[in-house]
Design a protein around this ligand. Structure first.
Ligand SMILES: C[S@@+](CC[C@H](N)C(=O)[O-])C[C@H]1O[C@@H](n2cnc3c(N)ncnc32)[C@H](O)[C@@H]1O
Length: 258
């Protein structure tokens, strides 16, 4: 793997371009803007943070730059939240510490020191699970698996939100399979919400076949749609529920095969 190239997306925030996958890590129209829309506001994470809970557990597929974790830490610190956060993420091809040092995300957050702490994370990673407690006064735990998602069997705290953030299905197919969504289901609370920027019918069909109820929501930055999926159809209410049976039939009849 070659180290990805640093770019600025159109809202001014850093992103990377992977020559190996032929894709940007974020929407080139705005990395921070996209992350806030897709993973915080649309699935209801922002609302979740505004009320009291015993614990928050999140699973991210594709740690990449660490942007989503950084934004979540900032939201936590801004609200002075005292319930523990367990943030699980997985990364098969971690970026070099020098690349991570070039990100400008501190310009987009209130607690600027978070960026330095995450830059330090990139200096100490080893294969398998790496666990960090980055803030002395807050129970914010980062559990970062260095290796392939396919290698992970379980998580300790069932997850409330999934940030499904691989490259697109065309180039990162293994992370959009029925097996992947079935594994994510096994990691989840009954009321979990899975969010992804992707709106491809084949990906939605794989979610449905794994027992998720996919729905459509407005996409970020001019993209028409994104996807939210839940394990209980009644919690899809704010979104337009898709016909999961029809998606499953199409998947099984080979409708999505080229
Ligand atoms: C779109 S980027 C992630 C963006 C990231 N969430 C961010 O904010 O920077 C997708 C990431 O998934 C990683 N990846 C691809 N295939 C993987 C696999 N099988 N297991 C774990 N990570 C994988 C890539 O190396 C890349 O960092």
């Amino acid at each position: 793997m070659t180290d990805p190239e640093h770019h600025y997306s159109k809202d001014g925030s850093s992103t990377l371009y992977s020559n190996d996958f032929g894709q940007f890590y974020h929407n080139p129209n705005g990395a921070v803007t996209e992350s806030r829309h897709v993973f915080f506001d649309t699935p209801g994470l922002t609302d979740f943070l505004n009320s009291k809970h015993d614990l928050l557990s999140v699973f991210e597929v594709g740690f990449g730059t660490g942007l989503n974790f950084l934004l979540l830490c900032d939201e936590y610190l801004q609200r002075g939240l005292s319930f523990p956060l367990h943030f699980y993420s997985v990364e098969a091809f971690p970026v070099e510490p020098d690349t991570a040092a070039s990100f400008n995300y501190q310009e987009f957050i209130v607690h600027k020191n978070i960026q330095d702490k995450i830059k330090d994370v990139f200096k100490t990673l080893t294969s398998g699970w790496n666990t960090f407690c980055l803030f002395r006064d807050q129970e914010i735990y980062l559990h970062l698996y260095i290796g392939k998602f396919e290698e992970i069997d379980s998580v300790e705290y069932p997850v409330h939100f999934i940030f499904h953030d691989p490259f697109s299905p065309e180039v990162n197919e293994e992370l959009w399979s029925v097996e992947t969504f079935a594994k994510l289901r096994s990691f989840s609370h009954d009321d979990c919400r899975l969010a992804t920027y992707c709106a491809a019918s084949k990906a939605r069909a794989a979610m449905a076949d794994a027992g998720w109820y996919p729905g459509r929501a407005k996409g970020a930055l001019g993209k028409r749609e994104m996807t939210i999926a839940t394990l209980d159809p009644s919690s899809l209410a704010p979104f337009k529920r898709l016909n999961e049976k029809r998606l499953i039939d199409r998947l099984h009849s080979g409708d999505f095969d080229q």
